[in-house]
Design a protein around this ligand. Structure first.
Ligand code: NAP
Length: 246
């Protein structure tokens, strides 16, 4: 028996990195998957085709998670196409790193809108259908930086800490309706987001993990599968630190 057999998952930001790996591994666990992307259309279509080889329905949707209106529209479209949504993974996110002295207002606003407003947009759009279905699992991809802070990432850290407060609050609001809401706090994961970082900084981050290595997108996707599945049916409002012991 696959862990997500016949469940429908909606994953934001599935065209690259951790999101793309989640699309693939959720499909391998039997989930039908709808996922969004902002601009990587070709990549998104290729990922949808590959994941559908597991014998499930996989569909990509262009939609900007920071837009309230686009999110309302895409959730309605996914519900039309898939009939239901059992799992929401708020994964889309960006960085605009700079020391606060050099951080611009748009660096701040971009990160808040893409990382934090986006989870408000999607979770709000999913409230009615999940309350009606009296079930659901919402998973927010936060960050170790939201727990520890990081110089040069005040905007990102604030957005990722905000996701944790949001997660705990939603868990309390909708727990009685059998809807769970949890966060994952990944450490340093090898994706395009971390590719550009200075080699010295990367080395420092690796040395600060107990496991002395970067994490892989698969290692985050596996935690998301656990939280999406019935194996975690008594876990809500939690943040699973997945940082290799950072
Ligand atoms: P990534 O490789 O840069 O991929 C980001 C994905 O999000 C892409 O598919 C991108 O779509 C999508 N996206 C970004 N903004 C969007 C928007 N407004 N609307 C729709 N889609 C949007 O990032 P990643 O490393 O996989 O990170 C995924 C999540 O994990 C993020 O929330 C990140 O903060 C978190 N995280 C990552 C790490 C790490 O070390 N990598 C650590 C902790 C937490 P396009 O391709 O169309 O641009």
């Amino acid at each position: 028996m696959k862990l997500l057999e016949n469940k429908v998952a909606l994953i934001t930001g599935g065209s690259r990195g951790i999101g793309a790996t989640m699309v693939q591994l959720f499909a391998e666990q039997g989930a039908h998957v709808a996922f969004t992307y902002r601009s990587s259309a070709e990549q998104a279509e290729a990922i949808a085709l590959e994941a559908a080889k597991s014998g499930v329905t996989v569909k990509a949707y262009a939609s900007d998670a920071s837009s309230f209106d686009q999110t309302q529209e895409v959730v309605q479209q996914v519900l039309k196409d898939f009939k239901t949504i059992d799992i929401l993974v708020n994964n889309a996110g960006i960085t605009r790193d700079n020391l606060l002295m050099r951080m611009t207002e748009s660096n701040w606003d971009d990160v808040m809108n893409n990382n934090l407003k986006s989870i408000f947009n999607f979770t709000k759009a999913m409230m009615r259908p999940m309350l009606k279905a009296r079930k659901g699992s919402i998973i927010n991809i936060s960050s170790i930086v939201g727990l520890k802070g990081n110089a040069g990432q005040a905007n990102y850290a604030a957005s990722k800490s905000g996701m944790i407060g949001f997660t705990k609050s939603i868990a309390q609001e909708v727990g009685s309706r059998n809807i769970r809401c949890n966060a994952i706090a990944p450490g340093f994961i090898a994706t395009e987001m971390t590719d550009d970082l200075d080699e010295k900084l990367k080395d420092l981050m690796v040395q600060s993990t107990a496991l002395k290595r970067l994490g892989s997108p698969e290692e985050i996707a596996n935690v998301a599968i656990f939280l999406a599945s019935d194996l975690s049916s008594y876990i809500t409002g939690e943040t699973l630190n997945t940082s290799g012991g950072m």
